[in-house]
Structure formats: structure tokens, C-alpha cells
Design a binder for this molecule. Sequence first.
Ligand SMILES: [Zn+2]
Length: 294
Amino acid sequence: MNYPSKKMNKIGIDLGGTKIEGVLLDDNFNIIKRIRVLTPNHDYNSILNSVKDLIFKLKIGLDSPVTIGMGIPGTFSSTTGIVNHSNTPCLIGTSLQKNLENLIGQKILMENDSNCFALAESKLGIAKNYDVVFGIILGTGVGSGLVIGGNVIHGRNNFTGEWGHHSIIFDGKLCYCGRKGCLDQYISGPSLERHWTELTGKKESVSEIIYNNSEKEISEWKYDFLNFFAIGVSNIINILDPDVIVLGGGLSNISFLYDEGIEFIKKESSNHQNTPILKNELGDSAGVFGACLL
Ligand SMILES: [Zn+2]
């Protein structure tokens, strides 16, 4: 099957800790093809090959040039390209971008996945009418991206928006990044589930905890979640005072973040603030759309 020629098609890859998603878009951001596969666990070469196969499948039948952008669950050096930080540990220390480019024989634009999310919501989603956009991903990990005037802000160390790794508790839980008390250790999906196990001895997913559970510990668990969430968000408002904060990732579907969560933030904030805290508009597609916008 051949697709009609376009000025420039785009492939966007969202490499996540649990799944890899790829889309082929036309010039007007219409989806031509979408593929999702599970991320191979703990094996760098398998991840490389999965992404390569996915790109190959997206290109089948294509008779025009294509750009490729990819969001990854981590940060990398702006000078060497080496991944220096990731919640998918086998990526750390690798030259992911260079290795993939060699494998597929084409240039790839690579960006942190939270930056892709913030960029997509800023240009195509709920934050279209805001200038300073802080996008938060709450899921397997806690990440964020900052977009100002439609541009991703990277910072001197390519580290802007590493919100999940600001410490909210002195001498708190040890994080995989080497610091203690990182927000990620308190409000990422696995951290919330671990806290539930600490309270009840039960192993349940966040959605099971919220929607099925009648245990008395639920109020303590929820209070801690909202409290840590509010501390993290208030710190951002105090430092950056963005025009809008957009939530993404699996946990952004939790409705109480948008009413009780906002009340907690108001109590936590040292100044009167009315920052909109909005749910994303693009859902699961934000990552791949953001990758296409690179
Ligand atoms: Zn950390």
C-alpha cells in the first residue's frame, strides 16, 4: 500500500518504561499509522532493536521523506548525547541517539519525554493559549518539562524540569538518582503502591487502591499523596510561577488531583495563587505528538 506523497511526513516515537509507541503523521498532524509494543525489560540491545523494527514498520509503503523524533524516559548530555539519568536503568550511560541513528541510517531528534509532553500540550493541546507552560508527568516516574513561548527550555545542563528529583524531605527515601527525599520516591506510581504496602501489607495497583479499596488506611494514603503532590507543585509555583500546569501520565486520570489536590496546593503555597492545574488534552498521544514537533 502506498500513501500519497506529502511535503514531509513525521515519525514520532515515545520510548517509555513499559511501552514503545510510534506514529506516522502527515504534514497536518493527521495520524496515518500507529503502533505500540511492550518495552523489552532491562535489555538495551532489545530496546534498540524494538525501536528499529517499529520505525521500519511505520515506514512501510512510504514514498516520501520522513523526519524522526523520539522522546525518552530520561535526560542526556547536550554535548555528548550520553543518557545520564533514566527510570529505565539500562539506558543510563548509553549513546542511545547515536546507536539508533547508526542502526537505522537516519538522523533522529531526541528529547526528554516530559519535554515532548509539555511541547505537545503547549502547541496542540490544553495549554495552547498559555505562554509559560509547566508540564508534569505522573506515572512510572515523575517528570516535567518547561515550554516558554512554544520553545522547550533545556537549561545549561539539559536538566530543566527535573522536578521529580527535587528533594522534598531532608534525609528522606533514597532515590535511584543517588539523592535522598526526591519527589519521585513519594508520588510516582510504584512509590504510591509501595507506600500502600507499607500501610496495609497489600500489593495493589494505584487504580485498585483508589477505586476498589475500603481499607481504613486509604485516608492516610490519600492524605500523604495529596500532601506530597501539593508540596512539589507549590515549590514550582514559588520558583517559576508558570501560567499553567498541565498533568499527564497514567496518574493524571485521578480526578481528586483537580479538586482536593488544588485545595492542598492552595494551603501549601506561601502566596495567594490561582495557577490553573489542568488535565492534558492529548492523552496518551502527547508523547508521540511532541516527538513529531521536535
Ligand atoms: Zn531522585
